[in-house]
Design a protein around this ligand. Structure first.
Ligand SMILES: NC(=O)c1ccc[n+]([C@@H]2O[C@H](COP(=O)([O-])OP(=O)(O)OC[C@H]3O[C@@H](n4cnc5c(N)ncnc54)[C@H](OP(=O)(O)O)[C@@H]3O)[C@@H](O)[C@H]2O)c1
Length: 270
């Protein structure tokens, strides 16, 4: 499995998203059997226990599977964060959290405090690597300035219908991997004429083209599916290549209303 190296930490380029997944343990187990080595969960999804169960049931050595979880914005004060990480680990019933992210920024808690607590948890062996999610360019600059531990990724909404050039450039400037959530645009990639036509030329589906477009730029993808056959489909991205012209055509699918997940709600914690 191809991986992105961010500051020495390796992130498998295709992972499984688990938000709102049904039958989580079974899908996680099957995904790992198909070859996935990266599972994305979050405290907010309420499924960490099932994710851990699926990882263990797969029979694949623990060290080979990278598990991400995220701390919710109401738990970013140091004391809350430490409690929250210990709770996540207890639910997952795993030895360590491979990658811990701030799920959404919370303007009420100074970043330096949250990142200090995350560094402490890493120092004490609860976590292997740290990152952020839904961070803007300005927040990435601030986080990288104040963090005493390397920040390896920013997990953001990313798919052909949304232009994320500025934040992607900022991630690259800071040596962080971009992890694309909603990489098939919550299913909207399926049925898109352009993606379908390009896919047909390669013997691939519209969703595979959406995912290939991202991985071909070195962007990690974490598609979610409840369907076993789509686990394999979303993983089969490395036996074809999009031409420069096809990449440009997909790039032009982005539009101002392309964002699916409303991230402007975060200041409500203020
Ligand atoms: N950090 C954050 O704030 C944040 C926010 C959102 C999501 N995430 C993470 O990112 C993961 C993925 O994002 P997402 O769940 O929002 O959206 P997504 O993965 O882009 O889309 C999932 C939807 O697309 C359908 N789908 C999946 N593969 C398909 C295929 N090959 N063909 C056609 N349809 C397909 C699925 O339906 P079926 O189940 O019927 O296949 C499901 O309805 C989440 O599960 C979560 O782990 C993080």
């Amino acid at each position: 499995m191809k991986a992105i190296d961010a500051k020495g930490f390796k992130i498998p380029i295709v992972g499984l998203g688990t938000w709102a997944l049904r039958d989580v343990a079974r899908i996680v187990e099957q995904a790992i059997r198909v070859g996935y080595r990266h599972i994305d969960t979050a405290q907010m999804y309420g499924n960490e226990a099932e994710v851990g169960q699926g990882v263990r049931a797969s029979g694949v050595p623990r060290a080979e599977v990278m598990v991400t979880t995220k701390v919710q914005p109401t738990n970013l004060a140091p004391h809350d964060l430490e409690r929250s990480v210990k709770e996540s680990l207890a639910k997952l019933r795993l030895d360590v959290i491979d990658l811990l992210l701030i799920h959404w920024p919370n303007p009420r808690v100074p970043l330096t405090e949250t990142l200090g607590a995350m560094a402490k948890m890493k120092g004490e062996g609860y976590v292997r690597a740290l990152g952020v999610s839904n961070f803007t360019v300005a927040l990435l600059d601030e986080a990288n300035k104040v963090s005493r531990e390397p920040l390896v990724c920013n997990q953001i909404e990313c798919h052909p219908f949304l232009n994320q050039d500025k934040v992607i450039d900022a991630c690259r400037k800071h040596g962080m991997a971009v992890v694309a959530y909603s990489p098939v645009a919550r299913g909207r990639a399926h049925g898109n004429d352009t993606l379908a036509r390009i896919g047909k030329a390669h013997g691939k589906t519209d969703a595979q083209v959406s995912l290939r477009y991202l991985v071909q730029q070195g962007i990690v993808v974490i598609p979610r599916t409840n369907r076993l056959e789509r686990l394999a489909e979303n993983f089969a991205l490395f036996d074809f290549e999009l031409s420069e012209q096809e990449m440009q055509e997909i790039y032009r699918l982005a539009h101002p209303d392309g964002r699916i997940v409303d991230w402007t709600w975060s200041p409500k914690w203020d």
